[in-house]
Each structure stands twice: as structure tokens, then as C-alpha cells.
Design a protein around this ligand. Structure first.
Ligand code: ADP
Ligand code: X2W
Length: 303
């Protein structure tokens, strides 16, 4: 078979364009949160897995934290049950916790691990309970009523991250593994908690001082009042958009943990459209990126 020179030229150009990005991120840690809503199409799932393997192969250190909210909903439905969400958090009683653990720590985690490994990676799946990776405590949610009074809301076994055992992650990374983490945590008494996956990804990125936190979701980015993607956000603007209801539901914890992560030392956090094939690569290997960027100099970012 003879070499097609035109095709070869394009390939060479693409590879050369990638070089500065490969050099820039060499040996750097990139935390990718893979949301349940982005796991809907087998081709997209494959392109995600290949992107992760490629990042690792060229010398970066991807760490995957996954969600799986819609997958938990499906099993609950099959069981003839449902659960409420308050500001994006699933109210989790004991029996819901069992289903959450089964789905997130079981089928969802293992299918991502399997897919990455099928594409030549060395993924290893763990939940926040393994090696006490994620220490958690019960989340205390406060709601402010219309009259200004504060109301405490009990979400059951929903947790906040207290700490992340970074040693475990670093050990896996240095042995060339790709950690794939399910968003469960454990407290000192051994209680298991269901933790929003964005929160876990943000804290993992923060504890490991990651270069980048990428939150893959099912929307183009954070949409402003006019329905257009907002490319850069300030904390003040985020507060305004939450207050007037423009940012709601699952986007609330997502944007808040992106802000917390950059305040905590992560260089940049990006909310990316996981429905775009190779969204992860596009974000790392292009200047423009895709979605909404929250960088460390967030106070001077576009609003
Ligand atoms: N201002 C906004 N911009 C973008 N999405 C928003 C906004 N407000 C609410 N959302 C909702 O947040 C969802 C993303 O959160 P979520 O469903 O929890 O995603 P994931 O499962 O990927 O974590 C979007 O699909 C959208 O319905
Ligand atoms: C407390 C809480 O809400 N936990 C989430 C954990 C999974 C998750 O965050 O999944 P996505 O990223 O796909 O939404 C849940 O039970 O759905």
C-alpha cells in the first residue's frame, strides 16, 4: 500500500500542532469529571476513553472522577422507587444509599475502567472507600426562606469531602495507572456517603494541586440569561446567576466546586460539553478550548 502524501501531511501537521500542548502539560495532573449525562452514547464513551488513554500516553496524568446520577435513577425506577433532589443533591436514605453504591461503585465504575483498558490504558477503579481515599462527613444544607429565615435540610447519607488521601492517587499514577474514582466517601465510624461527583472531582483536584479540572457535562457550558454560553465567570457573576435562577439544579454544585477548586490552587477549571466527540482532547490541545472557563485570575475573567 502506497503512502497518501496529502493525508500524511495533514497527520504530521496535526501532530506538530499538538507538540506545545504536550510539552506544556507533561507530567501534569488533569482531573476529568465524567458526568452521567455524558455517558449516553457508546461512540462518545469510546472517544472519551481513547482521549484519556492518549493523555496518559503522551505523559500527562489523567485522573477520572465519574458521576452516574441518571444511571442511579434508572435502577431506582426499575425497583419501583424514586428519590428527590434538592439543589442538585439526591436525598439519600439508607436503602437509596445501597442502590447508589451498587450503581456508582459497581456497574458505572467498572464499565469506564473496562472501556479505558480496552483502548490500551491501565485504568484501576476505586471508590472513595478504598484505602479511605475520600474521608467524608454528613452534609449540612441550609436553605434561606423567602422571609429570610434559615432552615436546615436533612439530605440523609449525603456527604461533604473532608480530605482526599493523595498518597494513594500519586502511587497509582506513578505506577502508570489511570485512577477511576466513584464518588462515595466514608467517615471515621465507617458510614458510607453519597457525594456529588462534581464535588469529589473538585476536591481531588484541589488536594492534588491539579493543573486542570475538567467537568464534562451535557450542555455547551454555563448559559447566561440570554441562553448563550458564558465563556468566563467571576464569583460575583456566579452568585447573581444563581440568585436570579439562571443557574439552577445540577449546575449549582458544578459551578461552585469549580470556583472552590481554583480558589484552592487548581490552575483552571472548565465546564465542557461532553457530547462533543473528543471534548477532552479539544480542551487540552487547543488554545480556545470549549465551554466555560474559570481560571485563577477569576476576578478579572470575562463576565
Ligand atoms: N445556567 C445554566 N447553564 C447550563 N446548564 C444549566 C444552567 N442551569 C441549570 N442547568 C442544568 O444543569 C445541567 C447540568 O448538571 P447535571 O445534570 O448535574 O450534569 P452532570 O450529570 O453532567 O453532572 C444541565 O443539563 C442543565 O439542565
Ligand atoms: C449527592 C448526590 O446527588 N450524588 C450523586 C452522585 C452521582 C453524580 O453526581 O452523578 P452525575 O455527575 O452524573 O450527576 C447522585 O446520587 O446522583
Amino acid at each position: 500500500m502506497s503512502l497518501n502524501l496529502d493525508e500524511a501531511k495533514i497527520t504530521a501537521e496535526v501532530l506538530t500542532t499538538a507538540l506545545p500542548y504536550i510539552q506544556r502539560y507533561e507530567d501534569k495532573l488533569i482531573v476529568v469529571k465524567y458526568g452521567g449525562n455524558a455517558m449516553t452514547d457508546p461512540e462518545l464513551e469510546s472517544s472519551f476513553a481513547r482521549d484519556i488513554v492518549l493523555l496518559k500516553t503522551v505523559g500527562m496524568h489523567p485522573v477520572v472522577v465519574h458521576g452516574g446520577g441518571p444511571q442511579v435513577d434508572s435502577l431506582l425506577k426499575e425497583l419501583g422507587r424514586q428519590s428527590d433532589r434538592i439543589d442538585g443533591m439526591r436525598v439519600t436514605d439508607k436503602s437509596t444509599m445501597d442502590v447508589v453504591e451498587m450503581v456508582l461503585g459497581g456497574s458505572v465504575n467498572k464499565s469506564i475502567v473496562n472501556l479505558i483498558n480496552k483502548h490500551g490504558g491501565r485504568a484501576i477503579g476505586l471508590t472513595g472507600k478504598d484505602a479511605n481515599l475520600i474521608r467524608a462527613k454528613k452534609m449540612l444544607m441550609q436553605k434561606i426562606g423567602a422571609d429570610g429565615s434559615t432552615q436546615a435540610i436533612d439530605l440523609g447519607f449525603v456527604g461533604d469531602v473532608v480530605s482526599v488521601n493523595e498518597e494513594v492517587i500519586r502511587m497509582l499514577i506513578s505506577s502508570n495507572f489511570i485512577p477511576v474514582i466513584a464518588p462515595l466517601g466514608v467517615d471515621n465510624e465507617g458510614n458510607t456517603y453519597n457525594i456529588n461527583a462534581d464535588l469529589v472531582a473538585g476536591k481531588v483536584a484541589e488536594f492534588l494541586k491539579a493543573e486542570k479540572l475538567m467537568l464534562l457535562t451535557n450542555i455547551k457550558g454555563v448559559l447566561g440569561r440570554d441562553g448563550e454560553v458564558v465563556t468566563g465567570l467571576t464569583p460575583k457573576k456566579v452568585d447573581q446567576l444563581i440568585e436570579d435562577g439562571t443557574i439552577s439544579g445540577g449546575m449549582i454544585p458544578k459551578i461552585q466546586c469549580a470556583l472552590d477548586a481554583v480558589r484552592g490552587g487548581v490552575k483552571s477549571a472548565i465546564i465542557v460539553d461532553g457530547r462533543v466527540p473528543h471534548a477532552t482532547l479539544l480542551e487540552v490541545f487547543t488554545n480556545e478550548g470549549v465551554g466555560t472557563l474559570i481560571s485563577r485570575d477569576v476576578d478579572s475573567a470575562l463576565s
